[in-house]
Ligand binder design. Structure first.
Ligand code: SGN
Ligand code: CA
Length: 514
């Protein structure tokens, strides 16, 4: 007995400093939840100033923390944005330039560094990297590919594909909360809640169908853009007018037997869904719209479905925030809301993304970090999605690998008033996927505070210059306007420096050939 007590005493003596050390370490390391949506335009949130709809739960993250008003992506599509999130690198260095490939998880991904720093990590929901996240994640339960909205399949980390009954955003929330409840509480955690919403075909939870039907959404100023002097903009395939489909996108006269999305419905779900969309189809038939009236109707229907899908998303974000409050986790948990890229809500007459124009170049990003970020902080500095990984590592007190191309913006978030922090005032962009889908010609370019210079190189050789201070809607390409030669030379010089800094050899060759 005595010997046992002695043993326990010595064991405690030995382990106590380790336990204490781990405890101190963990106390300094906050939990991190990144709610990462898909195609949710920053201009579709009330946090970023939309007054027609409201996203109270998303807004809560910004008002209790910081809103980043100039957060840009490096390549505005889904998979590449996620690859950049994981690696802190541009597409040409992480190897993921296009959607629908297989992301190489053998390379360094920042959640693996978090794991080395005692974090427990999980990705739940949409991943869309053509691969499973076996490196960097202790747990995953992800949608195959794009996933579907109703009664979706998930692939779990035992590699089983399981179909669940319910709406995708609700399921992702409940799986996330299940994981939080079952996690190892001795460790800090990093959880990505990978949302499918608000991706095309913009399907809300059944309870939100028609949520915005009473609102007439005004057309954006450049809705009827004629794409003058912009070859690539003229040549795209992403207009509400021609590309957006009445059946697949706007659910007019759905052929339920043929459509893989809807043949998962239970009879009850189908009833609710078709009750709503049958009315829309009837209205469509009765109106017999043509020309501008038809386009306008499509635009309205598009936004009504899109915003209703965002409403389901926002409610689910509220559930996560409530869970954190109820469990006392809010105090020591950083919450981020971001989207994988921006999206067009009728600007230039478009939906989708890809172009280096503002609505798709810029994405939502807000972060709440109690006790560290003052409520209602606004960060106007130029931040990029290459900076997300190093910032999260910095928050976790982990070392940032030298190969990461971005820089931590934690110091901007913590900033005291009147302290000037030197920061970049330009960003570099490079988009590749062509011709399908949407026929957007590959391009690279630079955005400064005042200007944007873009070079479209595949299938054409075409430069564009915008003075954003005079032309925020980017409809006047002034590249060939006399008097701009000096501005262009200066921007090309800056662009080339960025290309060299970020080691984009392919772009450098093109710049040197010019
Ligand atoms: C699908 C969509 C496209 C969209 C890409 C990429 N078509 O192909 O409109 O651009 O995904 O989106 S759909 O008819 O199948 O919905 S991304 O967000 O994954 O990059
Ligand atoms: Ca996306």
């Amino acid at each position: 007995m005595k010997r046992n007590i002695k043993k326990i005493f010595f064991a405690l003596l030995f382990f106590f400093p380790i336990i204490l050390h781990a405890q101190i370490n963990n106390n300094n390391r906050p939990n991190i939840i990144m709610i990462f949506s898909d195609d949710h335009a920053y201009q579709a949130t009330s946090a970023y100033g939309n007054k027609l709809i409201s996203t109270p739960n998303i807004d809560r993250i910004a008002s209790e923390g910081a809103l980043l008003t100039n957060n840009f992506v490096t390549n505005s599509i889904c998979g590449p944005s996620r690859a950049t999130l994981l690696t802190g690198k541009y597409s040409h260095l992480n190897g993921y330039k296009f959607n629908e490939r297989k992301f190489d998880f053998n390379q360094q991904v920042f959640p693996a560094v978090l794991q080395q720093n005692n974090y427990q990590t999980a990705w739940i929901g949409k991943l869309h990297l053509g691969n499973l996240p076996y490196n960097g994640f202790n747990y995953f339960n992800v949608l195959p590919g794009q996933g579907v909205y109703y009664n979706p399949d998930f692939i779990n980390n035992k590699n089983d594909t399981v179909r669940y009954n319910g709406y995708v955003t609700d399921l992702i929330t409940s799986f996330s909360i299940d994981w939080l409840n079952s996690r190892d509480t001795s460790k800090p955690f990093f959880l990505v809640v990978g949302e499918k919403a608000t991706h095309r075909e913009w399907l809300p939870s059944l309870e939100d169908l028609g949520a915005y039907d009473s609102i007439d959404f005004p057309l954006p100023a450049n809705f009827y853009d004629n794409y003058d002097n912009r070859l690539a903009a003229k040549d795209q395939d992403m207009t509400i007018d021609k590309t957006m489909q009445l059946e697949n996108d706007l659910k007019v006269h759905i052929d339920y037997s043929k459509n893989h999305i809807y043949n998962r419905f239970t009879p009850e779900q189908k009833q609710i869904f078709s009750n709503y969309y049958d009315k829309i189809s009837k209205e469509f038939d009765e109106k017999k719209l043509i020309g501008k009236n038809l386009v306008r109707w499509k635009y309205e229907r598009y936004l009504k479905d899109y915003y209703a899908t965002a409403k389901s998303l926002d409610r689910n974000i509220g559930k996560i925030l409530d869970y954190l409050d109820k469990t006392g986790l809010s105090k020591n948990t950083v919450v981020i809301y971001a989207s994988d890229q921006g999206f067009y809500l009728g600007e230039h007459g478009w939906f989708d993304k890809r172009f280096m124009y503002e609505e798709s170049l810029r994405s939502a990003f807000m972060i709440r970090y109690p006790g560290v970020i003052k409520p209602k902080t606004v960060i106007p500095q130029f931040v990029s999605n290459i900076d997300w990984a190093p910032t999260l590592l910095d928050i976790a007190h982990a070392q940032i690998p030298a190969a990461i191309q971005g820089i931590s913006f934690l110091k901007l978030l913590k900033k005291k008033k009147d302290v000037v922090i030197p920061w970049r005032n330009q960003v570099y962009y490079h988009y590749y996927e062509y011709p399908q889908p949407h026929h957007v010609h590959p391009h690279f370019g630079i955005r400064t505070e005042k200007y944007k210079l873009i070079y479209f190189y595949e299938g054409m050789s075409s430069w564009e210059l915008y003075d954003l201070s005079k032309d925020p809607h980017e409809v006047h390409n002034v590249y060939h306007v006399k008097g701009n030669e000096k501005i262009i030379a200066d921007l090309k010089n800056k662009l080339k420096k960025l290309i060299i800094q970020y080691k984009d050899d392919e772009a450098l060759k093109m710049m040197e050939g010019k």
